[in-house]
Design a protein around this ligand. Structure first.
Ligand SMILES: [Zn+2]
Length: 399
């Protein structure tokens, strides 16, 4: 589990105040008192052994630390300069993760978070910081997760939750691939020229240009993500794609009637084509009627349901967490993150939380392993759901 963290902090090669505006950032570890699944000594040892022998991969997270004061979130996102949570990630037990950058809230180029220049700027600033240290590296191949495990490092798979504004210029997908992007959503909540999003009143499915995008992503070796796509679009992409696809962060609509969750039909179709579903943990998403307070327990209800429905080889975890006050972030960026649309949904009553107890940020990924050990899962099952399934999918989709 020991990762090669030497104390590097983002942009320490530049001069604070002169080259960039510094922010007072949230604590990466222990910001709030988030529970840890209690285990016996023998169980603790088993968790350590599992993490030592297996590859742990998160299907979706934001390994970024936000300002302590939510009043500074807007300015932070407008500058586009992200601080990477090296300390927190080193403690996560993860060998690799899919990095969502500031997807949906990148405002450095104006009010459209999906402008081409804003997305390219984010990737560049992020990769520049990465290249000044050794713990993290940008992953380009499937085997990079294994390499990271062997070397005590962390492989970062760049993951765009939706396509930036590329218009008719599909070559820009090649550009994104060249910059390191290995996974991309077909639509981010709102529909676009390619496909329908989950927030659309009417999902029109894949357009002709959308079919071309699927084909280009298949050829390049860029994994297609349906987390923010509409249901009809999802079924059409699963059908059209020559390679298996992913739903990197969502839950089961059978347990919680939100559009952000996926219906059984989509989950089953995904699994039949050998895809993988990542269970989401972002605040107030993976709730259930019996668990109206969002905690690790309600998240794991979604995991158990999807594992039962799709099979253990088709489920993983994409917690979609970050370092800082995630609930406050949802309030600041409600417009960009289609939370207004979600607020109009007729959901059963639930209790608002100030953080998700047990899975507050990416450093708590090991808590998932602890929960699985405590609930009697075998070493083989745990190995598959904490990384093995994603590793297999990577080998079938990217090179
Ligand atoms: Zn998302």
């Amino acid at each position: 589990m020991r990762k090669k963290y030497t104390g590097y902090s983002s942009y320490s090669y530049l001069e604070a105040g002169r080259d960039y505006k510094p922010f007072r950032l949230a604590r990466q570890l222990g910001r709030v008192e988030s529970s840890i699944v209690p285990l016996s000594k023998a169980e603790e040892e088993r968790v350590e052994e599992i993490l030592e022998k297996n590859i742990a991969i998160s299907f979706h997270d934001h390994g970024i630390v936000f300002p302590e004061d939510p009043g500074e979130f807007l300015e932070y996102s407008r500058r586009g300069r992200m601080w990477i949570a090296y300390e927190g990630l080193a403690a996560s037990g993860l060998d690799a993760y899919f990095e969502g950058l500031m997807d949906g809230i990148a405002l450095s180029d104006g009010p459209d978070p999906w402008s081409w220049s804003s997305v390219v700027r984010q990737i560049g600033l992020f990769a520049s910081d990465i290249d000044h240290q050794d713990l993290l590296f940008i992953a380009r191949r499937a085997e990079d997760a294994v390499k990271a495990h062997r070397e005590g490092r962390i492989a970062v798979y760049l993951h765009l939750e939706g396509p930036p504004r590329i218009g008719l210029d599909l070559d820009r997908v090649d550009v994104l691939y060249g910059l390191g992007a290995r996974c991309m959503g077909i639509a981010y909540s709102r529909g676009n020229e390619f496909a329908g999003g989950l927030a659309d009143k009417k999902d029109n499915g894949l357009t002709d240009l959308g079919y071309e995008l699927v084909d280009r992503m298949n050829k390049l070796g860029m994994l297609i993500d349906l987390a923010h796509a509409g249901d009809k679009t999802s079924l059409e992409v699963i059908e059209a794609s020559r390679r298996p696809v992913a739903i990197t962060h969502a839950g089961a609509r059978a347990l919680w009637p939100s559009r952000r969750m996926k219906p059984d039909e989509v989950i089953q179709a995904l699994a039949e084509k050998n895809g993988v579903f990542g269970v989401e943990a972002s605040p107030h998403t993976t709730l259930t009627k019996d668990n109206p307070r969002h905690t690790l327990e309600s998240i794991m209800k979604h995991f158990e349901y999807i594992a039962e429905l799709a099979g253990i080889r088709h489920v993983a975890f994409g917690p979609d967490t970050l370092f800082g006050d995630h609930v406050a972030l949802h309030k600041v960026f409600a417009g960009e993150l289609s939370i207004h649309a979600a607020a109009k949904e007729n959901l059963p009553p639930y209790r608002e939380v100030s953080f998700v107890d047990g899975l507050e940020n990416p450093s708590q990924f090991t808590n998932i392993v602890r929960w699985l050990v405590k609930h009697g899962y075998s070493d083989q099952e745990i190995s598959l759901v904490i990384g093995g399934n994603i590793e297999r999918l990577l080998r079938e989709t990217i090179i």
